[in-house]
Design a protein around this ligand. Structure first.
Ligand code: PMP
Length: 293
C-alpha cells in the first residue's frame, strides 16, 4: 500500500478555532494522549464536495470521547460548520475529513482529570481506497491471532486510537503475507470484523452479519443493512462461528474507506465473485446513495 505524503499536505487544518497551514499545526511531545493512546477520531468521506453522513459521524465522535471520559472542547454545530468550511476552502470533490481530539499535557501517569482537550479537523483528497479492480474481483483476507476485546476490557464502541493497536498489528501482518486485510475474531471466537471495516456473508440469498456488540457498529454497515431492507433481502444479525462461514457463498466488507467491497477469499476459503452477486447489487445502490447525498 502506498504511503501518503502528509508532509506535503496543501490543505489547511482547523486547530482549536483557527484554520492554519498543516505544517504550522504543532503539538507537544508530552501530550497525554500520545503516551496513553486516548485520542478519538472520525473518518468521513466526501463525495461530490459533500460529506457523507456527517451528523452520524460527528455524533459518534462526541460519544467516542465520552466513552474515554472526556468531552470534545467545541460544540457540535461549530464542528459541523468547520467540516463544511474545510471542504469549501479546499475545493476537494472526493476526499476525506479527519476530526481528531486528544488530551494535552499535564500528567505523566494514567491520571487525566482536568487535562485540556484539543481538536483538529484535517481534510485531504482521497478518491478511492480499494482499486476498481479490487472492487470487482474482491480482496483477500487472512485470519489474524488478534481478537476484539470484550466491553469489560475496552470501550469497544469508541473510535479511539488505543483500540487501533491490534488493528495495525493485524493489518501489517496481513500486508506482509500478501493479503489485503485481516479478519479478526472476537474474545469469544466469533467472527468480528476486519481492521477497518465490518463484514457480511451471504447464505442461500440471506445476508448475515455479526452483532456489533464488541466492535464499531459502522455507519456504512448500518447503510448496507438499510439497503438490504429496502431491496427486501433478508438480513440477519447474529453471532457467526468460523465453521459456519465455510458454507457462505459470498462475503463482503463495509466501511467509510472500503465502501462495499467483495471478499474473494479468507485464506484458503474461497467465495463466489459473480456479476449477479448481492455485493454488486448493494454496491450499485450504495453508489447511488452517496452520489445523491
Ligand atoms: N471497524 C473498524 C475497526 C473501523 O475502523 C471502521 C471504520 N471507521 C469500521 C469498522 C467501519 O465503520 P464506518 O462504516 O463507520 O466507517
Amino acid at each position: 500500500m502506498k504511503l501518503i505524503e502528509f508532509d506535503k499536505l496543501k490543505q489547511d487544518v482547523w486547530f482549536d478555532g483557527q484554520f492554519i497551514k498543516c505544517e504550522d499545526a504543532k503539538i507537544h511531545v508530552l501530550d497525554h494522549s500520545i503516551h496513553f493512546s486516548s485520542a478519538v477520531f472520525e473518518g468521513i468521506r466526501i463525495y461530490n464536495s459533500k460529506p457523507f453522513k456527517l451528523i452520524d459521524h460527528l455524533k459518534r465522535f462526541y460519544n467516542s470521547a465520552k466513552l474515554l471520559d472526556y468531552e470534545i472542547n467545541h460544540d457540535f454545530e461549530k464542528l459541523k460548520n468547520v467540516c463544511l468550511e474545510l471542504i469549501k476552502r479546499s475545493k476537494i470533490k472526493n476526499g476525506y475529513l479527519r476530526p481528531l481530539a486528544w488530551r494535552r499535557t499535564g500528567s505523566m501517569s494514567p491520571h487525566a482529570v482536568g487535562i485540556k482537550i484539543s481538536t483538529i479537523v484535517a481534510v485531504w483528497e482521497w478518491p478511492i481506497y480499494y482499486s476498481e479492480e479490487a472492487k470487482k474481483k474482491g480482496i483477500k483476507l487472512t485470519l489474524t491471532k488478534w481478537k476484539r476485546p470484550s466491553n469489560e476490557s475496552a470501550p469497544t464502541q469508541s473510535k479511539c486510537s488505543g483500540l487501533y493497536q491490534i488493528c495495525t498489528l493485524a493489518k501489517n501482518e496481513a500486508f506482509r503475507k500478501g493479503f489485503d486485510d485481516a479478519l479478526m475474531l472476537d474474545y469469544r471466537d466469533f467472527v468480528a470484523e476486519t481492521t477497518s471495516s465490518n463484514i457480511f456473508f451471504v447464505f442461500n440469498k440471506e445476508v448475515v452479519t455479526p452483532i456489533a456488540d464488541c466492535f464499531l457498529n459502522g455507519i456504512t454497515r448500518q447503510t448496507a443493512i438499510e439497503i438490504c431492507k429496502s431491496l427486501n433481502l433478508k438480513i440477519i444479525e447474529k453471532h457467526i462461528s468460523l465453521n459456519e462461514i465455510q458454507k457462505a457463498s459470498e462475503c463482503f466488507i463495509t466501511g467509510t474507506a472500503a465502501e462495499i467491497t467483495p471478499v474473494s477469499n479468507i485464506d484458503k476459503l474461497k467465495f463466489e465473485i459473480k456479476n449477479e452477486n448481492i455485493a454488486n447489487l448493494l454496491q450499485k445502490e450504495f453508489n447511488q446513495i452517496v452520489n445523491e447525498c
